[in-house]
Design a protein around this ligand. Structure first.
Ligand SMILES: CC(C)(COP(=O)(O)OP(=O)(O)OC[C@H]1O[C@@H](n2cnc3c(N)ncnc32)[C@H](O)[C@@H]1OP(=O)(O)O)[C@@H](O)C(=O)NCCC(=O)NCCS
Length: 219
């Protein structure tokens, strides 16, 4: 599978927003990923296709419109949209298949989102993202991972169950669009020997099944 994972950059916002809208069309207001990237407590990763590129993201194009005459001319002169930004030049063009986000609060991490483009689901990408979310949480020295998921979302709940999350509570009527309950799920201590042993088994099985070349987050 030609899928790698790296930290999310500004140039990814348009594609991530597109994936978010497809996955969570009724959530209002939509998540503001520009603001999320500035959040000290937040961490976002994207799964991308190494061999596929996309046109310049729409968000950048609309930002460009808002830039007053002179700055815009300077940009065109250099023919380089990211001339004024400090991110790697190619990141905005990689095709993104899915993303995940989390907030870290002391020794607890909260998964805010995991979403995969509809056409790429059931290809091990959600699982890849979750494996790397867990790796990131360990790197950040948190021990417990929690999340909320719609009671009807069996696909996501199965994924989380597979990785050792268990239901620890229910928030009744949590989702304002349809009044659906949220299931609260949590891991045990992710540094514990049983959790780590199970994680290694699952990683090996995932690698064998999908042929992922590396389980690292590129910076
Ligand atoms: C949940 C989601 C991220 C899963 O991503 P994915 O790439 O399709 O999942 P994977 O192919 O990696 O599957 C991993 C595991 O998830 C579970 N799963 C995924 N899709 C499933 C489905 N349609 N039905 C049942 N289980 C499913 C299975 O346990 C699967 O393991 P298996 O292949 O051994 O059965 C994806 O369905 C999605 O983006 N949904 C919309 C957004 C969303 O609901 N996010 C969760 C918010 S809490």
């Amino acid at each position: 599978m030609l899928c790698y994972v790296r930290l999310m950059h500004k140039g990814d916002i348009a594609q991530v927003t597109e994936i978010d809208r497809e996955a969570f069309p009724t959530l209002w207001p939509p998540a503001n990923y520009g603001r999320e990237l500035q959040n000290r407590l937040g961490r976002y990763i994207v799964a991308y296709d190494e061999e596929k590129t996309v046109e310049e993201p729409k968000v950048e194009a609309s930002l460009e419109k808002g830039i007053s005459g002179l700055a815009s001319k300077v940009r065109r002169l250099f023919n380089h949209n990211r001339f004024l930004s400090n991110e790697p030049p190619s990141s905005g063009r990689q095709y993104i298949k899915g993303f995940a986000g989390l907030w870290i609060m002391a020794d607890e991490a909260h998964i805010t989102n995991i979403a995969v483009r509809g056409i790429h689901r059931r290809q091990g990408i959600g699982e890849l993202l979750l494996i790397l979310v867990i790796a990131l949480v360990m790197e950040l020295n948190a021990r417990i991972i929690t999340l909320e998921v719609r009671a009807s979302n069996t696909a996501a709940q199965n994924l989380y169950h597979k990785y050792g999350f268990a239901q620890v509570g229910l928030r009744r009527g949590y989702y304002t669009d349809n009044g659906e309950d949220a299931v609260i799920m949590s891991t045990e201590n992710i540094t514990s020997a049983p959790f780590q042993a199970q994680l290694q088994r699952l990683k090996q099985a995932h690698c064998k099944r999908w042929g992922i070349p590396l389980y690292q987050i590129a910076r």
